[in-house]
Ligand binder design. Structure first.
Ligand code: GLU
Length: 546
Protein backbone atom coordinates (compact mmCIF):
# COMPACT_ATOMS: atom_id res chain seq x y z
CA UNK A 1 0.00 0.00 0.00
CA UNK A 2 1.28 3.44 -0.93
CA UNK A 3 0.55 5.23 2.35
CA UNK A 4 2.16 8.42 1.17
CA UNK A 5 -0.22 8.59 -1.75
CA UNK A 6 -3.16 7.87 0.54
CA UNK A 7 -2.07 10.64 2.88
CA UNK A 8 -1.87 13.13 0.01
CA UNK A 9 -5.27 12.06 -1.17
CA UNK A 10 -6.86 12.53 2.23
CA UNK A 11 -5.09 15.72 3.28
CA UNK A 12 -4.33 17.79 0.18
CA UNK A 13 -4.53 21.03 2.17
CA UNK A 14 -1.91 20.30 4.79
CA UNK A 15 0.97 22.68 4.11
CA UNK A 16 3.08 22.22 7.23
CA UNK A 17 5.09 19.34 8.60
CA UNK A 18 5.00 17.98 12.13
CA UNK A 19 8.51 19.41 12.54
CA UNK A 20 7.15 22.88 11.74
CA UNK A 21 4.78 22.60 14.67
CA UNK A 22 7.47 21.18 16.96
CA UNK A 23 9.52 24.28 16.17
CA UNK A 24 6.58 26.63 16.58
CA UNK A 25 5.73 25.19 20.00
CA UNK A 26 9.07 24.37 21.57
CA UNK A 27 9.42 22.87 25.05
CA UNK A 28 8.65 25.56 27.59
CA UNK A 29 11.46 27.40 29.23
CA UNK A 30 10.55 26.70 32.83
CA UNK A 31 12.53 25.81 35.93
CA UNK A 32 13.12 22.15 36.69
CA UNK A 33 10.02 20.56 38.19
CA UNK A 34 7.62 23.30 37.07
CA UNK A 35 4.29 21.77 36.08
CA UNK A 36 2.14 22.80 33.16
CA UNK A 37 -1.57 22.08 33.60
CA UNK A 38 -4.70 22.98 31.77
CA UNK A 39 -8.43 23.07 32.13
CA UNK A 40 -10.24 21.86 29.03
CA UNK A 41 -13.91 22.60 29.47
CA UNK A 42 -16.47 22.14 26.73
CA UNK A 43 -18.33 25.42 26.28
CA UNK A 44 -21.74 24.14 27.31
CA UNK A 45 -22.54 27.08 29.56
CA UNK A 46 -22.76 24.82 32.59
CA UNK A 47 -19.83 24.92 34.92
CA UNK A 48 -19.99 22.66 37.89
CA UNK A 49 -18.33 21.67 41.08
CA UNK A 50 -16.32 18.98 39.27
CA UNK A 51 -14.79 21.68 37.05
CA UNK A 52 -13.80 23.72 40.09
CA UNK A 53 -12.49 20.61 41.79
CA UNK A 54 -10.26 19.91 38.78
CA UNK A 55 -9.36 23.58 38.33
CA UNK A 56 -8.13 23.90 41.91
CA UNK A 57 -6.02 20.79 41.44
CA UNK A 58 -4.57 22.18 38.20
CA UNK A 59 -4.02 25.60 39.69
CA UNK A 60 -2.25 24.27 42.78
CA UNK A 61 -0.01 21.88 40.82
CA UNK A 62 1.04 24.64 38.43
CA UNK A 63 1.41 27.57 40.74
CA UNK A 64 2.94 25.74 43.62
CA UNK A 65 5.72 24.57 41.29
CA UNK A 66 6.30 27.84 39.43
CA UNK A 67 4.60 26.44 36.33
CA UNK A 68 1.78 27.48 34.02
CA UNK A 69 -1.97 26.90 34.15
CA UNK A 70 -3.88 27.54 30.94
CA UNK A 71 -7.41 27.41 29.61
CA UNK A 72 -8.19 25.48 26.46
CA UNK A 73 -11.71 25.50 25.13
CA UNK A 74 -12.74 22.07 23.89
CA UNK A 75 -15.35 23.18 21.43
CA UNK A 76 -15.23 20.32 18.94
CA UNK A 77 -18.82 19.38 19.63
CA UNK A 78 -20.75 22.10 17.82
CA UNK A 79 -24.10 20.81 19.08
CA UNK A 80 -23.27 21.40 22.74
CA UNK A 81 -21.83 24.84 22.21
CA UNK A 82 -23.56 27.74 23.94
CA UNK A 83 -23.01 31.44 23.25
CA UNK A 84 -21.18 33.23 26.06
CA UNK A 85 -20.01 29.97 27.63
CA UNK A 86 -16.36 31.02 27.68
CA UNK A 87 -17.27 34.11 29.70
CA UNK A 88 -19.13 31.88 32.14
CA UNK A 89 -16.08 29.64 32.62
CA UNK A 90 -13.71 32.57 33.13
CA UNK A 91 -16.02 34.66 35.32
CA UNK A 92 -17.12 31.79 37.51
CA UNK A 93 -13.63 30.47 38.11
CA UNK A 94 -12.35 33.97 38.77
CA UNK A 95 -15.14 34.43 41.33
CA UNK A 96 -13.77 31.37 43.11
CA UNK A 97 -10.24 32.71 42.95
CA UNK A 98 -8.92 30.62 40.07
CA UNK A 99 -6.97 32.58 37.44
CA UNK A 100 -5.35 31.30 34.29
CA UNK A 101 -1.89 32.34 33.13
CA UNK A 102 -2.58 31.79 29.48
CA UNK A 103 -5.12 30.53 27.01
CA UNK A 104 -8.63 31.50 26.03
CA UNK A 105 -9.87 34.92 27.09
CA UNK A 106 -13.30 36.49 26.88
CA UNK A 107 -12.19 38.24 23.72
CA UNK A 108 -9.43 36.31 22.07
CA UNK A 109 -6.58 34.57 23.81
CA UNK A 110 -3.08 35.07 25.14
CA UNK A 111 -0.03 32.83 25.06
CA UNK A 112 2.45 31.37 22.61
CA UNK A 113 0.95 27.86 22.45
CA UNK A 114 -2.39 28.66 20.83
CA UNK A 115 -4.84 28.65 19.26
CA UNK A 116 -6.53 27.70 22.54
CA UNK A 117 -9.87 26.94 20.92
CA UNK A 118 -9.87 23.46 19.43
CA UNK A 119 -12.07 24.50 16.51
CA UNK A 120 -9.24 26.76 15.37
CA UNK A 121 -6.68 23.96 15.47
CA UNK A 122 -8.04 21.83 12.60
CA UNK A 123 -4.97 22.43 10.43
CA UNK A 124 -2.76 21.14 13.24
CA UNK A 125 -4.79 17.98 13.80
CA UNK A 126 -4.83 17.32 10.07
CA UNK A 127 -1.08 17.64 9.84
CA UNK A 128 -0.59 14.94 12.46
CA UNK A 129 -3.39 12.82 11.04
CA UNK A 130 -1.58 12.96 7.73
CA UNK A 131 1.64 11.85 9.38
CA UNK A 132 -0.14 8.86 10.91
CA UNK A 133 -1.62 7.90 7.55
CA UNK A 134 1.79 8.22 5.86
CA UNK A 135 3.22 5.84 8.41
CA UNK A 136 0.39 3.34 8.08
CA UNK A 137 -0.91 4.16 11.55
CA UNK A 138 -4.28 5.52 10.47
CA UNK A 139 -6.74 4.83 7.67
CA UNK A 140 -10.14 5.94 6.40
CA UNK A 141 -13.19 3.91 7.29
CA UNK A 142 -16.30 4.25 5.15
CA UNK A 143 -18.67 2.25 7.33
CA UNK A 144 -22.10 3.81 7.59
CA UNK A 145 -24.07 4.03 10.83
CA UNK A 146 -26.18 1.10 9.65
CA UNK A 147 -23.16 -1.06 8.89
CA UNK A 148 -21.72 -0.33 12.33
CA UNK A 149 -25.04 -1.15 13.97
CA UNK A 150 -25.24 -4.44 12.07
CA UNK A 151 -21.69 -5.26 13.11
CA UNK A 152 -22.63 -4.61 16.71
CA UNK A 153 -25.51 -7.05 16.42
CA UNK A 154 -23.23 -9.72 15.03
CA UNK A 155 -20.76 -9.08 17.84
CA UNK A 156 -23.53 -9.45 20.35
CA UNK A 157 -24.64 -12.73 18.78
CA UNK A 158 -21.05 -14.03 18.84
CA UNK A 159 -20.52 -12.73 22.35
CA UNK A 160 -17.52 -10.83 21.03
CA UNK A 161 -16.33 -7.50 22.45
CA UNK A 162 -17.97 -4.50 20.85
CA UNK A 163 -15.96 -2.10 18.77
CA UNK A 164 -13.91 -1.76 15.63
CA UNK A 165 -10.91 -4.04 15.93
CA UNK A 166 -9.18 -7.12 14.57
CA UNK A 167 -11.31 -9.05 12.09
CA UNK A 168 -14.17 -6.57 12.53
CA UNK A 169 -12.05 -3.70 11.24
CA UNK A 170 -13.24 -4.16 7.67
CA UNK A 171 -11.60 -1.11 6.15
CA UNK A 172 -8.28 -1.60 7.84
CA UNK A 173 -6.58 -3.18 4.88
CA UNK A 174 -8.71 -1.90 2.02
CA UNK A 175 -6.68 -1.56 -1.20
CA UNK A 176 -5.88 1.96 -2.36
CA UNK A 177 -8.07 1.59 -5.46
CA UNK A 178 -11.12 0.87 -3.30
CA UNK A 179 -10.41 3.90 -1.16
CA UNK A 180 -9.91 6.07 -4.21
CA UNK A 181 -13.22 4.89 -5.62
CA UNK A 182 -15.10 5.66 -2.40
CA UNK A 183 -13.46 9.08 -2.17
CA UNK A 184 -14.27 9.87 -5.78
CA UNK A 185 -17.90 8.94 -5.08
CA UNK A 186 -17.87 11.45 -2.20
CA UNK A 187 -18.60 8.82 0.42
CA UNK A 188 -18.19 10.15 3.96
CA UNK A 189 -15.51 8.55 6.09
CA UNK A 190 -13.89 8.77 9.47
CA UNK A 191 -10.19 8.41 10.08
CA UNK A 192 -9.32 5.52 12.35
CA UNK A 193 -6.21 4.67 14.30
CA UNK A 194 -4.61 1.41 13.29
CA UNK A 195 -4.00 -0.33 16.58
CA UNK A 196 -0.64 -2.10 16.51
CA UNK A 197 -0.68 -5.81 17.18
CA UNK A 198 -0.56 -5.89 20.95
CA UNK A 199 2.63 -7.03 22.59
CA UNK A 200 1.26 -8.59 25.73
CA UNK A 201 -2.16 -8.00 27.14
CA UNK A 202 -1.46 -5.35 29.77
CA UNK A 203 0.77 -2.37 30.28
CA UNK A 204 1.64 -0.42 33.37
CA UNK A 205 1.31 3.28 33.88
CA UNK A 206 1.70 5.50 36.94
CA UNK A 207 -1.15 7.81 37.76
CA UNK A 208 -0.17 10.60 40.15
CA UNK A 209 -3.36 10.07 42.17
CA UNK A 210 -3.93 6.35 41.78
CA UNK A 211 -0.39 5.04 41.74
CA UNK A 212 0.63 2.26 39.37
CA UNK A 213 -2.16 1.06 37.12
CA UNK A 214 -2.25 -2.04 35.00
CA UNK A 215 -4.35 -1.47 31.89
CA UNK A 216 -5.27 -3.61 28.88
CA UNK A 217 -3.23 -2.76 25.81
CA UNK A 218 -5.42 -1.03 23.24
CA UNK A 219 -6.57 -3.12 20.29
CA UNK A 220 -9.30 -0.77 19.04
CA UNK A 221 -9.14 1.12 15.79
CA UNK A 222 -10.80 4.09 17.42
CA UNK A 223 -11.77 7.22 15.54
CA UNK A 224 -9.30 10.09 15.26
CA UNK A 225 -11.21 12.39 12.93
CA UNK A 226 -14.96 12.41 12.52
CA UNK A 227 -16.53 12.58 9.09
CA UNK A 228 -16.51 16.39 9.16
CA UNK A 229 -12.75 16.35 9.80
CA UNK A 230 -13.17 17.40 13.43
CA UNK A 231 -11.02 15.42 15.87
CA UNK A 232 -12.37 13.19 18.61
CA UNK A 233 -11.47 13.98 22.21
CA UNK A 234 -8.77 11.29 22.06
CA UNK A 235 -6.90 12.74 19.15
CA UNK A 236 -7.27 16.37 20.19
CA UNK A 237 -6.12 15.57 23.72
CA UNK A 238 -2.93 13.90 22.55
CA UNK A 239 -2.01 16.48 19.92
CA UNK A 240 -2.88 19.47 22.09
CA UNK A 241 -1.31 18.33 25.31
CA UNK A 242 1.86 17.44 23.46
CA UNK A 243 2.15 20.71 21.53
CA UNK A 244 1.03 22.85 24.45
CA UNK A 245 3.65 21.07 26.53
CA UNK A 246 1.27 20.03 29.27
CA UNK A 247 3.13 18.07 31.91
CA UNK A 248 0.16 17.00 34.07
CA UNK A 249 -3.30 16.12 32.80
CA UNK A 250 -5.88 16.38 35.56
CA UNK A 251 -9.20 14.97 34.44
CA UNK A 252 -12.16 12.98 35.70
CA UNK A 253 -11.96 9.24 36.19
CA UNK A 254 -14.45 8.76 33.36
CA UNK A 255 -11.41 9.06 31.08
CA UNK A 256 -9.58 6.13 32.64
CA UNK A 257 -11.34 3.62 30.39
CA UNK A 258 -9.88 5.25 27.26
CA UNK A 259 -6.44 5.87 28.71
CA UNK A 260 -5.09 2.93 26.64
CA UNK A 261 -6.18 4.83 23.48
CA UNK A 262 -4.21 7.85 24.57
CA UNK A 263 -1.10 5.94 25.53
CA UNK A 264 -1.18 4.09 22.19
CA UNK A 265 -1.50 7.37 20.33
CA UNK A 266 1.34 9.05 22.18
CA UNK A 267 3.40 6.02 21.34
CA UNK A 268 2.44 6.05 17.66
CA UNK A 269 3.38 9.72 17.42
CA UNK A 270 6.67 9.13 19.21
CA UNK A 271 5.81 11.42 22.11
CA UNK A 272 6.11 11.11 25.86
CA UNK A 273 2.72 11.03 27.58
CA UNK A 274 2.05 13.57 30.34
CA UNK A 275 1.62 12.53 33.95
CA UNK A 276 -2.03 11.61 34.34
CA UNK A 277 -4.03 12.56 37.41
CA UNK A 278 -7.45 10.92 37.23
CA UNK A 279 -9.66 12.50 39.87
CA UNK A 280 -12.42 10.62 41.66
CA UNK A 281 -16.07 11.38 40.95
CA UNK A 282 -17.85 13.71 43.31
CA UNK A 283 -20.39 11.71 45.27
CA UNK A 284 -22.97 12.45 47.90
CA UNK A 285 -24.83 10.40 50.43
CA UNK A 286 -28.49 10.38 49.55
CA UNK A 287 -30.84 8.42 51.79
CA UNK A 288 -27.87 6.45 53.13
CA UNK A 289 -26.65 5.57 49.65
CA UNK A 290 -23.52 6.98 48.02
CA UNK A 291 -24.23 8.21 44.51
CA UNK A 292 -22.81 10.54 41.87
CA UNK A 293 -23.88 14.18 42.04
CA UNK A 294 -26.44 14.75 39.34
CA UNK A 295 -27.17 17.89 37.39
CA UNK A 296 -30.90 17.20 37.53
CA UNK A 297 -31.24 16.31 41.20
CA UNK A 298 -28.56 18.32 42.96
CA UNK A 299 -28.57 22.09 42.67
CA UNK A 300 -25.30 22.14 44.62
CA UNK A 301 -23.52 20.66 41.60
CA UNK A 302 -23.78 24.01 39.82
CA UNK A 303 -21.29 26.67 40.84
CA UNK A 304 -24.00 29.30 40.46
CA UNK A 305 -25.62 27.75 43.49
CA UNK A 306 -22.79 28.88 45.78
CA UNK A 307 -22.85 32.35 44.35
CA UNK A 308 -26.58 32.78 44.68
CA UNK A 309 -26.69 31.23 48.16
CA UNK A 310 -23.95 33.62 49.25
CA UNK A 311 -21.13 31.22 50.09
CA UNK A 312 -17.82 32.99 50.25
CA UNK A 313 -15.44 31.74 47.53
CA UNK A 314 -12.68 31.40 50.14
CA UNK A 315 -14.92 29.16 52.23
CA UNK A 316 -15.83 26.95 49.27
CA UNK A 317 -12.16 26.70 48.32
CA UNK A 318 -11.27 25.87 51.91
CA UNK A 319 -13.90 23.14 51.96
CA UNK A 320 -12.86 21.70 48.60
CA UNK A 321 -9.32 21.45 49.89
CA UNK A 322 -10.58 19.21 52.70
CA UNK A 323 -12.17 16.99 50.05
CA UNK A 324 -9.15 17.15 47.74
CA UNK A 325 -6.32 16.47 50.14
CA UNK A 326 -6.80 14.13 53.07
CA UNK A 327 -4.18 15.89 55.19
CA UNK A 328 -5.54 19.42 54.68
CA UNK A 329 -7.76 19.45 57.76
CA UNK A 330 -4.91 18.51 60.08
CA UNK A 331 -2.75 21.14 58.49
CA UNK A 332 -5.49 23.73 58.98
CA UNK A 333 -5.87 22.86 62.66
CA UNK A 334 -2.15 23.38 63.11
CA UNK A 335 -2.06 26.53 60.98
CA UNK A 336 -5.40 28.23 61.59
CA UNK A 337 -4.44 31.61 60.17
CA UNK A 338 -1.98 30.58 57.44
CA UNK A 339 -2.78 31.56 53.86
CA UNK A 340 -4.05 28.70 51.75
CA UNK A 341 -1.01 28.93 49.47
CA UNK A 342 1.23 27.68 52.27
CA UNK A 343 -0.38 24.25 52.19
CA UNK A 344 1.61 21.75 50.17
CA UNK A 345 -0.95 20.27 47.81
CA UNK A 346 -0.24 16.75 46.63
CA UNK A 347 -2.06 14.57 44.09
CA UNK A 348 -0.92 11.52 46.04
CA UNK A 349 -3.19 12.67 48.88
CA UNK A 350 -6.27 12.70 46.68
CA UNK A 351 -9.01 10.10 47.00
CA UNK A 352 -9.41 7.41 44.38
CA UNK A 353 -12.86 6.01 44.94
CA UNK A 354 -15.44 8.76 44.97
CA UNK A 355 -14.86 12.00 46.79
CA UNK A 356 -17.66 12.66 49.19
CA UNK A 357 -19.24 16.06 48.87
CA UNK A 358 -21.24 17.01 51.91
CA UNK A 359 -23.15 20.28 52.20
CA UNK A 360 -23.32 19.99 56.01
CA UNK A 361 -19.56 19.78 56.12
CA UNK A 362 -19.27 22.73 53.77
CA UNK A 363 -21.52 24.67 56.12
CA UNK A 364 -19.31 23.80 59.09
CA UNK A 365 -16.12 24.79 57.31
CA UNK A 366 -17.81 27.94 56.12
CA UNK A 367 -19.00 28.84 59.63
CA UNK A 368 -15.44 28.68 60.88
CA UNK A 369 -14.28 30.71 57.94
CA UNK A 370 -16.90 33.43 58.43
CA UNK A 371 -16.40 33.52 62.19
CA UNK A 372 -12.82 34.63 61.66
CA UNK A 373 -13.75 37.66 59.53
CA UNK A 374 -14.09 41.13 61.02
CA UNK A 375 -17.48 42.84 61.13
CA UNK A 376 -16.73 45.36 58.40
CA UNK A 377 -15.61 42.65 55.98
CA UNK A 378 -18.77 40.71 56.73
CA UNK A 379 -20.88 43.84 56.25
CA UNK A 380 -19.33 44.61 52.88
CA UNK A 381 -19.60 41.10 51.55
CA UNK A 382 -23.08 40.47 52.95
CA UNK A 383 -24.54 43.69 51.59
CA UNK A 384 -22.89 43.13 48.20
CA UNK A 385 -24.55 39.74 48.04
CA UNK A 386 -27.93 40.99 49.27
CA UNK A 387 -27.90 43.80 46.72
CA UNK A 388 -27.81 41.23 43.97
CA UNK A 389 -29.82 38.40 45.47
CA UNK A 390 -32.30 39.74 48.04
CA UNK A 391 -33.51 43.31 47.73
CA UNK A 392 -35.67 43.22 50.86
CA UNK A 393 -32.77 42.06 53.00
CA UNK A 394 -30.45 44.58 51.38
CA UNK A 395 -32.78 47.45 52.31
CA UNK A 396 -32.93 46.27 55.93
CA UNK A 397 -29.18 45.77 56.22
CA UNK A 398 -28.28 49.15 54.81
CA UNK A 399 -31.03 51.19 56.50
CA UNK A 400 -28.77 51.84 59.48
CA UNK A 401 -25.25 50.55 58.77
CA UNK A 402 -24.03 51.21 62.34
CA UNK A 403 -26.85 49.04 63.69
CA UNK A 404 -26.04 46.27 61.21
CA UNK A 405 -22.35 46.39 62.12
CA UNK A 406 -23.28 46.11 65.82
CA UNK A 407 -25.50 43.16 65.02
CA UNK A 408 -22.73 41.46 63.07
CA UNK A 409 -20.25 42.20 65.86
CA UNK A 410 -22.08 40.14 68.48
CA UNK A 411 -19.79 37.30 69.48
CA UNK A 412 -17.21 38.26 66.84
CA UNK A 413 -13.56 38.83 67.70
CA UNK A 414 -13.89 36.87 70.97
CA UNK A 415 -11.46 34.11 71.83
CA UNK A 416 -14.25 31.69 70.94
CA UNK A 417 -16.22 33.50 68.25
CA UNK A 418 -19.80 32.51 67.54
CA UNK A 419 -20.28 30.30 64.51
CA UNK A 420 -23.84 30.99 63.49
CA UNK A 421 -23.53 31.88 59.84
CA UNK A 422 -22.53 29.57 57.02
CA UNK A 423 -23.63 31.64 54.05
CA UNK A 424 -25.42 34.89 53.38
CA UNK A 425 -28.81 33.49 52.50
CA UNK A 426 -28.83 31.55 55.74
CA UNK A 427 -27.73 34.68 57.62
CA UNK A 428 -31.13 36.19 56.90
CA UNK A 429 -32.82 33.38 58.80
CA UNK A 430 -30.37 33.88 61.62
CA UNK A 431 -30.45 37.69 61.82
CA UNK A 432 -34.17 38.06 61.08
CA UNK A 433 -35.13 38.84 64.69
CA UNK A 434 -33.03 41.99 64.65
CA UNK A 435 -35.45 43.52 62.18
CA UNK A 436 -38.99 44.31 63.32
CA UNK A 437 -40.23 43.58 59.80
CA UNK A 438 -38.98 39.98 60.04
CA UNK A 439 -39.29 39.39 63.77
CA UNK A 440 -41.83 36.79 64.87
CA UNK A 441 -42.08 34.21 67.59
CA UNK A 442 -40.48 31.17 65.98
CA UNK A 443 -40.16 28.91 69.02
CA UNK A 444 -42.78 28.05 71.65
CA UNK A 445 -42.54 29.39 75.18
CA UNK A 446 -40.54 27.15 77.55
CA UNK A 447 -42.82 24.27 78.46
CA UNK A 448 -42.13 24.15 82.15
CA UNK A 449 -43.09 27.76 82.85
CA UNK A 450 -46.86 28.21 83.29
CA UNK A 451 -48.49 31.12 81.44
CA UNK A 452 -49.13 33.06 84.67
CA UNK A 453 -45.49 32.86 85.66
CA UNK A 454 -44.46 33.82 82.18
CA UNK A 455 -46.40 37.08 82.33
CA UNK A 456 -45.10 37.75 85.81
CA UNK A 457 -41.50 37.13 84.78
CA UNK A 458 -41.82 39.57 81.91
CA UNK A 459 -43.61 42.17 84.05
CA UNK A 460 -40.91 42.06 86.70
CA UNK A 461 -38.20 42.08 84.07
CA UNK A 462 -39.68 45.19 82.44
CA UNK A 463 -40.00 46.90 85.81
CA UNK A 464 -36.47 46.18 86.98
CA UNK A 465 -34.75 46.66 83.63
CA UNK A 466 -32.13 49.38 83.52
CA UNK A 467 -30.44 49.74 80.14
CA UNK A 468 -27.27 51.01 81.79
CA UNK A 469 -26.78 47.82 83.85
CA UNK A 470 -23.71 45.88 82.92
CA UNK A 471 -24.10 42.23 82.06
CA UNK A 472 -23.58 40.97 85.57
CA UNK A 473 -25.94 43.47 87.23
CA UNK A 474 -28.49 42.63 84.56
CA UNK A 475 -28.21 38.91 85.19
CA UNK A 476 -28.34 39.48 88.96
CA UNK A 477 -31.80 40.93 88.45
CA UNK A 478 -32.95 37.90 86.50
CA UNK A 479 -31.67 35.67 89.27
CA UNK A 480 -33.65 37.70 91.79
CA UNK A 481 -36.83 37.39 89.69
CA UNK A 482 -36.26 33.64 89.52
CA UNK A 483 -35.91 33.34 93.23
CA UNK A 484 -38.95 35.49 93.99
CA UNK A 485 -41.11 33.29 91.78
CA UNK A 486 -39.84 29.97 93.14
CA UNK A 487 -37.21 29.13 90.50
CA UNK A 488 -33.69 28.22 91.61
CA UNK A 489 -31.31 31.17 91.02
CA UNK A 490 -28.66 28.67 89.88
CA UNK A 491 -29.17 25.50 87.84
CA UNK A 492 -26.99 23.47 90.19
CA UNK A 493 -29.25 24.29 93.16
CA UNK A 494 -32.17 22.99 91.17
CA UNK A 495 -30.30 19.83 90.21
CA UNK A 496 -29.50 19.11 93.83
CA UNK A 497 -33.01 19.64 95.02
CA UNK A 498 -35.53 19.62 92.16
CA UNK A 499 -38.49 19.17 94.50
CA UNK A 500 -37.89 22.55 96.07
CA UNK A 501 -38.25 24.61 92.87
CA UNK A 502 -40.50 25.06 89.87
CA UNK A 503 -37.45 25.21 87.67
CA UNK A 504 -34.32 27.34 87.50
CA UNK A 505 -33.00 30.64 86.27
CA UNK A 506 -32.44 29.15 82.81
CA UNK A 507 -36.22 28.73 82.42
CA UNK A 508 -36.74 32.32 83.46
CA UNK A 509 -34.22 33.71 81.03
CA UNK A 510 -35.63 31.44 78.30
CA UNK A 511 -38.94 33.31 78.69
CA UNK A 512 -37.16 36.64 78.27
CA UNK A 513 -35.19 35.26 75.33
CA UNK A 514 -38.30 34.11 73.49
CA UNK A 515 -39.95 37.50 74.15
CA UNK A 516 -37.01 39.44 72.69
CA UNK A 517 -35.69 37.15 69.97
CA UNK A 518 -38.64 34.85 69.28
CA UNK A 519 -36.30 31.89 69.82
CA UNK A 520 -35.14 29.59 72.55
CA UNK A 521 -31.60 29.75 71.18
CA UNK A 522 -29.98 33.05 70.40
CA UNK A 523 -26.86 35.05 71.11
CA UNK A 524 -26.58 36.62 74.53
CA UNK A 525 -29.81 38.50 75.39
CA UNK A 526 -28.01 41.36 77.09
CA UNK A 527 -25.87 41.90 73.98
CA UNK A 528 -28.91 41.59 71.71
CA UNK A 529 -30.84 44.12 73.79
CA UNK A 530 -27.97 46.58 73.50
CA UNK A 531 -27.97 46.25 69.74
CA UNK A 532 -31.75 46.55 69.51
CA UNK A 533 -31.79 49.44 71.97
CA UNK A 534 -33.90 49.89 75.09
CA UNK A 535 -37.03 50.98 73.33
CA UNK A 536 -37.28 48.10 70.89
CA UNK A 537 -36.34 45.37 73.31
CA UNK A 538 -38.77 46.63 75.94
CA UNK A 539 -41.51 46.99 73.35
CA UNK A 540 -41.07 43.29 72.58
CA UNK A 541 -41.21 42.35 76.27
CA UNK A 542 -44.36 44.42 76.79
CA UNK A 543 -45.92 43.06 73.68
CA UNK A 544 -45.31 39.54 74.97
CA UNK A 545 -47.00 40.32 78.29
CA UNK A 546 -50.09 40.95 76.20
N1 GLU B 1 -13.40 18.46 27.50
C1 GLU B 1 -13.14 17.39 28.41
C2 GLU B 1 -14.27 17.32 29.42
O1 GLU B 1 -14.96 18.31 29.57
C3 GLU B 1 -11.85 17.64 29.13
C4 GLU B 1 -11.25 16.44 29.75
C5 GLU B 1 -9.77 16.70 29.99
O2 GLU B 1 -9.48 17.55 30.82
O3 GLU B 1 -8.95 16.10 29.33
O4 GLU B 1 -14.48 16.31 30.02
Amino acid sequence: MDYKRLAELLFPDVDKTPEDYETMYPPRDLPEGAKVTRLGPSPTGFIHLGNLFGAITDERLAHQSGGVFFLRIEDTDEKRKVEGAVDVVIDTLRYFGVEFDEGALKDGEKGAYGPYFQRQRTHIYHCFAKKLVEEGRAYPCFCSEEELAAMRERQEAEKANFGYYGKWAVHRDAPLEDIERELAAGKPYVLRFRAPDPEGKYFKIRDAIRGELSMPVNDMDFVLLKSDGVPTYHFAHVVDDHLMRTTHVVRGEEWLATLPFHVALFDALGWKPPVYCHTAQLMKIDGGIKRKLSKRKDPELSLDYYKSEGYLPGAVWEYLMTVLNSNFEDWRIQNPAAPMGDFKFSPAKMGVSGSLFDLDKLNDVSKNYLAALDAQTVYDSLTAWAKECDGEYYALLTRDPAFTIDMISIGRGDAKPRKDISHWRQSKEFYSFFFDELFRQEDPWPENVPADDRAEILRRYAESYDHSDDQSAWFGKIRAIAEELGYAPQPKLYKKNPEAYKGHVGDVSAVIRVAITGRQNSPDIWAVSHVLGEERSMARVKNAIG
